[in-house]
Ligand binder design. Sequence first.
Ligand SMILES: NC(=O)c1ccc[n+]([C@@H]2O[C@H](COP(=O)([O-])OP(=O)(O)OC[C@H]3O[C@@H](n4cnc5c(N)ncnc54)[C@H](OP(=O)(O)O)[C@@H]3O)[C@@H](O)[C@H]2O)c1
Length: 317
Amino acid sequence: MRNICILGGSGFVGHSIAARLAAERRNVTILSRRRERCRDLLVLPTVQVVEGDIFNTAFLSKQFANMDAVINLVGILNEKGRRGKGFERAHVTLPAKIVEACRQSSVERLLHMSALKATVDAPSHYLRSKARGENLLHDAAGDRLHVTSFRASVIFGPKDSFINRFANLLQLSPYIFPLACPDARFQPVYVEDVAKAFVRSLGDRHTFGQRYELCGPKVYTLYELVSYIRRQLGLGTRIYGLGNGLSRLQATVLGFMPGKPFSMDNYRSLQIDSVCDGDFPRIFGFRPTSLESVVPVYLGERRSQRYSLYRALARRR
Ligand SMILES: NC(=O)c1ccc[n+]([C@@H]2O[C@H](COP(=O)([O-])OP(=O)(O)OC[C@H]3O[C@@H](n4cnc5c(N)ncnc54)[C@H](OP(=O)(O)O)[C@@H]3O)[C@@H](O)[C@H]2O)c1
């Protein structure tokens, strides 16, 4: 497993996996729509970024030639429209093209990132499309293509979009913070643990054909998580958990805002607890990292930046 191609490698999880592979001196090729997004990874001597259209099977086949493995991390939390076409394209059409390109270029190993609780009858487009894409890959697998997929709960780390998004919102709401779906449950997993699991499974035959749930050591409600973030930031904001009707209303309104900070599809995903059925897979040989040992480090930086700003404003510096 020397030559690895990563789709979606420019993102949050992709950065950790690429850096880990590069540290093991493996050659990493990241396919991206925007080469610029991976500028920081280009300093690593064994990483290269190729810009192109990953939905073009001919482009994929060409890039997959001489690869020992392909990792698919492409995923979206929201689409432009509302009917599920964007989810279908990113989570189902793309995996179909990846399988086709693997066949054409004789790639025999494929790792895929799905989502925890993805099922074909889940309430959201996100979870249903993730399930169809995952099933499609496992159905296509055989003697000449070995697939392993990973079903992660929400992932945390210094550059995450979950903890950091709530931290941003809390910092913008000094008095009261209306929180939709406060009772939704999560079991957050550390990005470096996810990356470790991916890298360890690459050449391990025991993981062929398996689907692994990835969770951290502890379950939290969304209310508990947001309260924890508030405490770490040293804010006095009052968090007000919204009931079902107001949560739906918030999702409807925010779903029409640019960038869809929260949508009805997100609301529907939150109706299913993102919690693992068992422990962290033993096969990877380590215990998952706790949120409390990582999050204070990166939220603490925000806190000290805020105090520096206050001091500057008070002309203490
Ligand atoms: N973060 C989490 O909490 C979490 C939890 C469970 C599962 N997951 C899954 O884990 C995977 C990686 O997550 P992440 O947080 O690293 O995501 P991310 O930071 O958004 O990165 C995903 C990458 O996918 C590519 N991409 C996104 N939309 C695309 C589209 N419409 N067409 C083509 N390429 C597209 C982008 O690469 P370019 O812009 O370079 O093309 C992007 O860098 C995703 O499949 C996600 O669903 C994430």
